[in-house]
Design a protein around this ligand. Sequence first.
Ligand code: ADP
Ligand code: MG
Length: 209
Amino acid sequence: MAEQIARKEYDLSPLKNANLPMIWVLGGPGSGKGTQCDLIVKKYGYTHLSSGDLLRAEVASGSERGKQLNAIMEKGELVSLDVVMDLLKEAILANLPTSKGFLIDGYPRDICQGEIFEKEIVPCTVILFFNASDETMKERLLSRGKSSGRVDDNEETIMKRLKTFHDLSAPVVEHYKDKCKTFCAEQPPEQVFCGVSQCLDALQQQACA
Ligand code: ADP
Ligand code: MG
């Protein structure tokens, strides 16, 4: 059971004092979150963190916690939120000395995860929400699936992921609508990034003011 994985204590005061942008990046599977995050990292020097990548990296590290995680994931059970929060905290603190801000990609998956993040870490500064139709997302994932090697990029799983997104993640956008910037993600990546840049430039100006 995930509950048996040991929790750790973290001192998050350096993060609170640094007052860096903490940006949640939301959108359905295939909406282009990863693509936009890569462009943001290049231009703004933010640190890109995805909970899925952190979990896979922890397993690959061969640590005790990674072995326990692997056992849970192999059984197809959900990893407890506590562990995801710990991995996020560790990654944020490890990158803090050189980071200009954080992009949290694909998290929170539901409102509860958002509330816990803001309580245990820091409040989110702004949410970037990439809005694309189901047809567009499905098409992109099917074409990504030809080369990604990701087991979840097949038609049956894609339909399930889209449903989960609409049921759980879309309400996050509504719940946090005051902090949320929505971008039409149907256009080519460079065009989507134009709007994103305007938003992030404005954020940096506010921070300097
Ligand atoms: P996510 O991280 O939201 O699941 P990705 O960034 O991995 O989405 O993008 C999914 C697929 O769609 C990738 O193959 C990517 O190259 C492609 N893609 C991303 N953004 C766009 C876009 N604006 N227009 C066309 N294709 C895109
Ligand atoms: Mg992604």
